[in-house]
Design a protein around this ligand. Structure first.
Ligand SMILES: Nc1nc2c(ncn2[C@@H]2O[C@H](COP(=O)(O)OP(=O)(O)OP(=O)(O)O)[C@@H](O)[C@H]2O)c(=O)[nH]1
Length: 339
């Protein structure tokens, strides 16, 4: 027999409806400070691995023997009763033996019987374990992806760095220097400022290698490069040109100022004391200076000029700075005027 929709469905029909739900539905009667289960639906019965007849009419402390879990559950009931309002919270079955670990999204509400005396707690619990696990897995994946992204960025930076730097000294490499010089020369022409190049070569480096070994030579190169970088301005491009040869571009620095700079550096750092095998070595160097636009505007031309000045410093006895002279190389001792 069909029931008109305006009619209040009978209790049998209501129970049938509740048994079709996949959420757990229960009703607890409050008896002093205990809770008696007066109803649970089919879903809850299944979950508890117990028939309704075994659950209904029993006290909750009897159904849930674990005192910690019992306390967790009833604390919420007390809160709802004290505030006389519905509560929603998440709870787990941790401590409840027959059931697998489950996370529930639970909503409870205090109800009062029509006599106005007896109080009840009505509850609906939804199993959200799968959703929570998926969320946790997603968070984990997100976290892993974030770490991977950071690692990719680090590797990209490393690659960019490797592409422009010399691995031993960490100074800029030849390719980067050429690109920078070409770019800087164009700008210097447009904006009318000088660029001075200094080519610098460690003296008698071969004998140092021969006497102390290649590894010791590498240490000297690293220490020398470090001091060189420290002694220059941030806008200077300091490169390892090859072997024990270095090329420095000093934008905006006229020949005289560049020479003063390198002389100051020589006073502070040269002869550089480096200890190898218990022996203190004096590392000396020779250098050649050339400047744009005076000695050329083309990168190769300017580098050749600095190289020629360096060659002159070597042939003149080493441990000195020479300036390129466009009409020919001329000895230019460090204590003389560069202009
Ligand atoms: N340890 C080490 N040695 C290097 C490296 N690159 C080049 N050399 C060595 O540097 C030495 C350069 O020797 P030369 O060109 O004769 O120069 P030098 O002995 O300094 O002589 P002058 O420049 O004329 O004073 C060679 O023995 C190279 O093998 C390097 O990366 N590490």
């Amino acid at each position: 027999m069909s029931v008109p929709v305006t009619d209040v469905p009978d209790i049998h029909l209501l129970k049938g409806m509740l048994d079709t739900m996949i959420d757990h539905v229960f009703l607890m009667r409050v008896e002093e400070d205990r809770y008696r289960m007066v109803y649970c639906n089919h879903a809850m019965e299944n979950f508890m691995h117990a028939s309704r007849s075994m659950l209904q009419d029993r006290f909750l402390d009897d159904i849930i023997p674990d005192p910690v879990l019992y306390q967790r559950i009833t604390d919420n009931y007390q809160r709802a009763l004290a505030a006389d309002r519905a509560l929603r919270y998440e709870e787990t079955t941790e401590g409840f033996q027959p059931a697998p670990y489950t996370i529930f999204d639970t909503r409870i509400a205090p109800l009062t019987a029509s006599d106005g005396q007896v109080r009840y707690i009505c509850g609906i619990s939804r199993d959200i374990t799968a959703r929570r696990n998926a969320e946790t897995a997603l968070q984990h994946t997100n976290q892993t992806l974030k770490h991977q992204l950071v690692e990719i960025q680090r590797l990209q930076e490393q690659l960019q760095n490797d592409a422009v730097r010399d691995p031993l000294t960490n100074l800029f490499n030849r390719r980067y220097f050429m690109e920078s010089l070409t770019r800087e020369l164009h700008r210097a022409q447009r904006e009318n400022y000088p660029i001075t190049l200094m080519m610098l070569d460690i003296d008698y480096f071969k004998s140092l290698n021969d006497d102390f070994g290649h590894a010791a030579g590498d240490r000297v190169l690293t220490a020398f490069s470090h001091q060189l970088r420290e002694g220059m301005r941030t806008e200077d491009v300091v490169s390892r040109w090859g072997g024990e040869e270095f090329l420095i571009m000093m934008p905006g620095l006229a020949l005289k100022d560049a020479r003063n700079r390198i002389e100051t550096w020589r006073q502070n750092y040269s002869p550089m004391a480096i200890t190898l095998g218990g022996r203190e070595l004096n590392i000396r160097f020779s250098a050649g200076l050339a400047t744009a636009p005076q000695h050329g505007l083309d990168p190769d031309e300017l580098i050749n000029a600095a190289d020629a000045a360096l060659y002159h410093a070597k042939t003149e006895g080493r441990d000195q700075v020479q300036v390129f002279q466009s009409y020919g190389i001329e000895a230019d001792r460090t204590n003389e005027s560069a202009e």
